[in-house]
Design a binder for this molecule. Structure first.
Ligand code: HEC
Ligand code: HEC
Length: 329
């Protein structure tokens, strides 16, 4: 009836009516905003002195014991903050025990690492330099001494942190500032603000994602955060064929309830950050999505639903126009 009235008015008076399609578009935006939150471009400019210093440190191989790797070796900015390997190569030929997560948008998480063992980004950043299978430096004093002796840093720290000695605090603050400058808004953020339209496949994908229950765990700004068991309905390793079984957050808390509990990873840029899961055991996003449906929700999803979810996830990839990770290179 409403449509008919509208049509008559359009024909008789030549006036426009708010169409059904724009109404369903605004319902869709509402549905999205009920589940997800947008992020915006970082307020930290790439020319900010702390960001510039942090970037130099992020790419600095001398932060590793044998001058062989930098943060960027495992968290490659050109590859959306990952190295696309299941496990990463550390200093002196070591191999990491878990898959390297992206460093993009990590400052927006409430904790760091797959098991959440660091609370803040700055606390986290001090760890890889000292970790045996990563940069393998013997102590914080050693790092500070090594950095202070490099002329470029002695000068830069003097300018950026006047009247302070080089310290783990200012090293990690500068790196954290660089990471914070790399926030990656996407087409989906424009959609949440009502400034972009999703394609029909992206729209179907978002609806399936919400209807099936993915958004119960993957919600908010990052479509992830907080901790959940991996393997709610069945042991995850039966599906991932993981070689080693990782007890997850249990290793930090020693609480039985935390067995196989992992941080719910952000799904921003997830189309680019293969392989998937804490051990990189799954190579394709399609397979990862199907395993999630089975193991976390006890749902079988069709090929089309899977493809639609992937289209939706693709809308979370950083848009070129927003500036960013790759353009700060
Ligand atoms: C040899 C590879 C390697 C190097 C070098 C490395 N990392 Fe990592 N990084 C990892 C791995 C593996 C993890 C996950 C470990 C875990 O969860 O137990 C990780 C986790 C992180 C996280 C947490 C992300 C999240 O979502 O929880 C941040 C942030 C991070 N690294 C920053 C850095 C910085 C900054 C440097 C340089 C100072 C660095 N990393 C050097 C491999 C590396
Ligand atoms: C009960 C909570 C929960 C539900 C529901 C859930 N997930 Fe997950 N998801 C997780 C956790 C926890 C992980 C990390 C698992 C690991 O690697 O240890 C994860 C990992 C992922 C990954 C891999 C990300 C990466 O970087 O490795 C993708 C993709 C994903 N989920 C998509 C989905 C989709 C799509 C659905 C719905 C079909 C879904 N999830 C439902 C908790 C959940």
């Amino acid at each position: 009836m409403k449509n008919l009235t509208c049509l008559i008015l359009v024909v008789l008076l030549g006036v426009g009516c708010k169409s059904e399609s724009s109404k369903s578009e605004s319902n869709l935006i509402q549905l999205a905003n009920d589940n997800f939150e947008s992020i915006s471009k970082s307020s930290l400019d790439k020319n900010n002195p702390k960001v510039v210093l942090g970037k130099a440190l992020f790419f600095e191989k001398r932060l590793s014991i044998d001058n062989s790797i930098s943060c960027n070796s495992c968290h490659d900015i050109k590859k959306f903050g990952v190295d696309n390997l299941d496990f990463s190569n550390g200093a002196r030929g070591a191999l990491t025990k878990r898959n390297s997560p992206t460093i993009l948008n990590t400052h927006l998480q409430s904790s760091q690492f797959w098991d959440g063992r660091a609370q803040t980004l700055q606390e986290q950043i001090r760890m890889p330099m000292l970790t045996d299978v990563e940069m393998s430096m013997p102590s914080e004093e050693f790092i500070v001494k090594k950095v202070s002796k490099i002329e470029f840093y002695a000068k830069s720290f003097g300018e950026v942190y006047p009247n302070q000695d080089v310290s783990m605090e200012n090293i990690s603050e500068a790196i954290a500032n660089y990471i914070e400058s790399l926030t990656t808004p996407s087409k989906f953020d424009d959609f949440l603000a009502g400034n972009a339209v999703l394609s029909s496949s992206e729209t179907r994908g978002m609806k399936v994602f919400i209807d099936k229950g993915c958004a119960e765990c993957h919600s908010g700004k990052l479509l992830g955060d907080g901790f959940e068991e991996f393997g709610v309905f069945d042991s995850y390793w039966k599906y991932t064929k993981s070689q080693k079984i990782d007890s997850g957050r249990y290793s930090v808390t020693k609480n039985e309830d935390d067995l196989f509990v992992f941080k719910v990873p952000s799904l921003r840029n997830v189309t680019e950050t293969y392989p998937y899961f804490h051990d990189g055991s799954i190579k394709t996003l399609k397979e990862a999505v199907k395993i999630m449906a089975q193991v976390q929700l006890d749902e079988q999803i069709s090929e089309r639903e899977t493809d639609d979810i992937i289209s939706f996830l693709n809308s979370l990839k950083q848009s070129q126009s927003t500036g960013s990770a790759s353009s700060t290179q």
